[in-house]
Design a protein around this ligand. Structure first.
Ligand code: HEC
Ligand code: HEC
Ligand code: HEC
Ligand code: HEC
Ligand code: HEC
Ligand code: HEC
Ligand code: HEC
Length: 320
């Protein structure tokens, strides 16, 4: 049975503050059907070439047709889902002969155009189908949708049409159906209280998608490619204490709002522990600009913020 969700719009009446800003965040737009995809609407034609393969994505009404040709043969399919709001990039998922594929090319904001999907550069396609995309096994497809949308059960994941695109309220808080129905019947059911989680528990909670410390420690990568896995990076810094709330994800990020881009915003978070700025001989402000450097992730055309808070020495190598 598919466990029903109340839907984030039902929360608006009582939790207006969280609702109004959360629905605008990148997380809430982490996945969307191609019909509503803004990037593809704004780019009527996108092209890219890799060796003998030519790629083209062309908008036609509510559809975007993806064609890949090697000069002799051509595959043309409608794209189904756009993954990522596109601050860094956007990757597409399409169906071919009843199977799901991840597009071999992605859109990158920094290029305002296409390039190979991060990681795809290492894989040389053996045929046209492989040039079009990477076949996702069922587990891979479920993982993909699981992290980029709101689902309650495995049944949802097996039927992408039943998913709510993007990470919205009930992915994190659990189904609110009983909570909402309860108010109508005068017996409100309480929601799980996420603010009760410890710093470590919360890190693992966010880590179900942002990857946990344990996952990266065991499986890697142990190089610059782990810069995008914040729970791992943060736990490796000297500042991290699993039971100290002052270093929890939600101290620096209100998940109901888009991430704050100003360096000075984070100063008081640091100073909560480094009480007097005399600890730092170099500066009394914009701490993160030096101690949480933004590093380019190869192939992603994007700089991620290194959550391993540290002293960055000139020419020092990346601590993996
Ligand atoms: C009819 C009003 C109403 C609606 C609709 C409603 N809530 Fe609530 N919610 C409340 C009230 C009042 C509380 C505080 C009382 C309580 O904890 O039971 C609350 C508490 C919560 C809490 C716990 C906060 C804490 O710190 O313990 C969460 C989480 C929550 N709601 C999420 C949701 C979500 C998600 C939705 C939509 C799917 C939703 N609520 C819909 C009224 C509502
Ligand atoms: C269900 C999976 C999932 C969970 C759980 C999750 N995230 Fe995310 N988060 C994502 C995805 C996917 C993106 C990328 C969105 C995009 O840009 O398309 C993202 C982006 C972000 C961003 C950057 C963009 C923004 O929206 O401001 C921040 C910050 C963030 N997450 C913090 C958190 C924190 C903190 C938690 C834990 C409280 C958390 N996330 C839990 C999937 C998740
Ligand atoms: C374990 C959870 C997880 C899985 C599985 C996953 N993602 Fe993500 N994805 C994330 C998180 C978290 C982010 C945000 C942080 C980052 O960019 O690393 C993200 C970011 C992205 C971005 C960049 C978003 C932006 O706004 O720039 C794209 C594109 C993307 N994912 C596509 C995919 C596709 C396609 C799949 C399936 C083949 C997939 N992801 C599988 C968690 C996941
Ligand atoms: C990415 C995960 C995530 C999403 C999505 C999310 N929340 Fe939350 N929410 C949290 C966490 C974590 C906390 C605890 C924050 C803290 O301790 O500072 C929280 C706290 C709350 C609270 C309690 C606030 C308080 O001050 O006690 C309410 C109410 C709430 N969320 C409602 C919502 C609603 C409504 C939505 C959708 C519009 C939503 N949340 C989406 C993770 C999420
Ligand atoms: C001490 C403050 C701090 C803590 C704690 C923190 N972050 Fe961040 N985070 C930042 C800063 C600063 C940025 C970059 C903001 C900007 O300039 O856009 C950022 C950016 C992000 C982004 C956007 C992608 C990127 O690399 O720029 C994600 C996702 C994210 N944080 C997730 C997390 C998660 C998950 C946790 C908990 C494991 C966490 N953060 C804990 C300060 C913090
Ligand atoms: C929960 C408390 C806490 C928070 C919040 C915190 N730190 Fe720390 N930080 C520590 C502790 C404890 C150490 C280790 C001190 C020691 O070893 O003498 C440390 C060490 C450091 C170091 C030295 C690291 C090294 O490589 O030697 C720097 C730099 C630093 N913190 C900067 C920051 C900045 C910048 C922020 C905000 C983004 C921050 N810290 C937030 C507790 C914290
Ligand atoms: C312009 C870059 C820059 C800024 C901004 C900056 N720092 Fe530093 N910080 C450094 C450097 C470089 C060192 C190493 C100094 C040395 O040992 O030579 C350092 C050292 C530290 C240390 C370790 C001190 C010790 O003796 O081990 C801490 C803690 C620290 N900074 C915290 C902060 C905090 C908190 C802020 C913001 C209020 C901040 N820093 C702002 C560059 C900066």
């Amino acid at each position: 049975m598919i466990l029903a969700l109340a839907g984030s719009s039902t929360c608006a009446a009582c939790h207006k503050v969280e609702y109004t800003s959360q629905i605008e965040t990148s997380m809430a737009h982490a996945m969307e059907p191609v019909a509503g995809c803004i990037i593809l609407k704004q780019h009527a034609v996108l092209t890219f070439r890799d060796g003998v393969y030519h790629y083209r994505i062309e908008r036609q009404g509510d559809q975007s047709l993806y064609s890949v040709t090697d000069g002799k043969n051509t595959v043309t399919v409608p794209l189904e889902y756009a993954f990522g709001l596109g601050k860094a990039g956007q990757t597409y998922v399409f169906e071919l002969d009843g199977k799901m594929y991840e597009s071999r090319v992605s859109f990158y904001a920094a290029l305002n155009g296409l390039d190979l999907t991060t990681g795809a550069a290492n894989l040389q396609p053996g045929n046209l189908r492989e040039a079009a995309g990477r076949l996702m096994d069922r587990r891979g497809a479920e993982d993909c949708f699981g992290c980029h949308s709101t689902s309650a059960t495995r049944e949802h994941l097996q039927n992408p049409e039943s998913l709510t695109p993007g990470v919205t309220c009930e992915h994190c808080h659990g189904s609110a159906l009983a909570h909402v129905e309860g108010f109508r019947q005068g017996k409100p059911a309480a929601m799980k209280n996420l603010s009760a989680l410890t710093t470590e528990e919360l890190s693992d909670f966010c880590g179900q998608c942002h990857r946990t410390w344990a996952q990266i420690a065991a499986d890697g990568p142990h190089d610059i490619n782990n810069v995008r896995f914040q729970p791992y990076r943060l736990a490796n810094s000297k500042c991290y204490d699993p039971s100290d709330k002052r270093i929890s994800c939600v101290v620096c990020h209100n998940v109901h709002q888009e991430v704050v881009g100003s360096d000075s915003f984070y100063d008081r978070k640091c100073l909560a522990c480094h009480a007097s700025a005399k600890h730092c001989a170099v500066s009394t402000q914009n701490c993160v600009s030096c101690h949480m450097p933004k590093l380019e992730l190869p192939g992603a055309h994007y700089k991620f913020t290194d959550h391993q808070i540290r002293i960055v020495r000139a020419n020092a190598s990346y601590p993996p």
